[in-house]
Design a protein around this ligand. Sequence first.
Ligand SMILES: [Zn+2]
Ligand SMILES: [Zn+2]
Ligand SMILES: [Zn+2]
Ligand SMILES: [Zn+2]
Length: 355
Amino acid sequence: MKVFSCVCGNSLFFENSVCLGCGAAVGWCPLCEQISALIPDGDEGFRCGHEPCEAILVKCDNYAVHDVCNRCVEKTSDVANLCDCCLHNDTVPDLSVAGNHEKWSRLEAAKRRLIYVLDLLGLPHLTPSKDAPLPLAFDFKADVIPTNEFWRTMGNTERVYTGHANGKITINIREADPVEREAMRVDLGEAHRTLVGHFRHEIGHYYWDLLVRGQCEADCVAVFGDHHYPSYADALERYYQEGAPDDWPQSFVSAYATMHPWEDFAETFATWLDMIGVLDSAHHLGFVNVPDVHTADTDMLIEKYRGIGIAMNEMNRTMGLLDFLPKPIAPPVVEKLRFVHQLVLPFGARGSGAA
Ligand SMILES: [Zn+2]
Ligand SMILES: [Zn+2]
Ligand SMILES: [Zn+2]
Ligand SMILES: [Zn+2]
């Protein structure tokens, strides 16, 4: 991620919607791909403050109306203005429930981080249209818990499972509560549990369906194992009864990756996106020089990531935070990351730097 600049010279960051230097509203301009000052330009429109762009913009409706987005769209006569990230939303949290606005805001911020890296890699994330083979959509939903009204229970229980099916990514909005998420992390013995991590894992399932299914399944089986046997349902049951084998760190990125080859692929894909995001930020901050991912050698990218991980682990330990890169990247994991790298190579980069 780059650090951007306001017209007043102050630094702007990816999540900003206001400049702390001059108080200007700021937002993501889809034309110059910058967080820019939004200069009022009549009729609720804005001019992009990043010279020489000067695009005429309006705020995404989820920015203007709900303040959960900081992206803009080009001003057109369309009534609905949703940005390239918000266009994928099918279900958003019920804003009449206390705390849901904050949860939605955190979910959108994590989703924008996801989409930023997908765009860097040039990976398609398709919006619904008659030609889209697998449109990407998001449901942000809460568990439905029956309430006791008078003497009888009202309503049905509905548990929301975070997951992916046919292009639809569902996230249980409990994950956007940091206290609940940390409790789940400790309970499950995970090194990290983050919102952006959930998005990067679930998008891994999306890309398996879009890029692997019926196309290079045999190559994927050679690296990740046979996804037909055992069946996903059998594998899930076994995992919840027996857990992961003790030696999982020698071949997998996480304990959960041992559950089934599809989960191994999604966990590896998430690790790959973590790595690309970190290398992109490190490149723009001047920590390392990272060439275009599409021409870079997999081992070299992993080596640079490992170096940053070692340094960041010490930084985090200095601050009393969780390890940044919790464990070494084992050789079989390198081969899995190499498969993911090969899979994304055909897609052209849109950005610069690490991707
Ligand atoms: Zn400013
Ligand atoms: Zn612009
Ligand atoms: Zn938006
Ligand atoms: Zn999964």
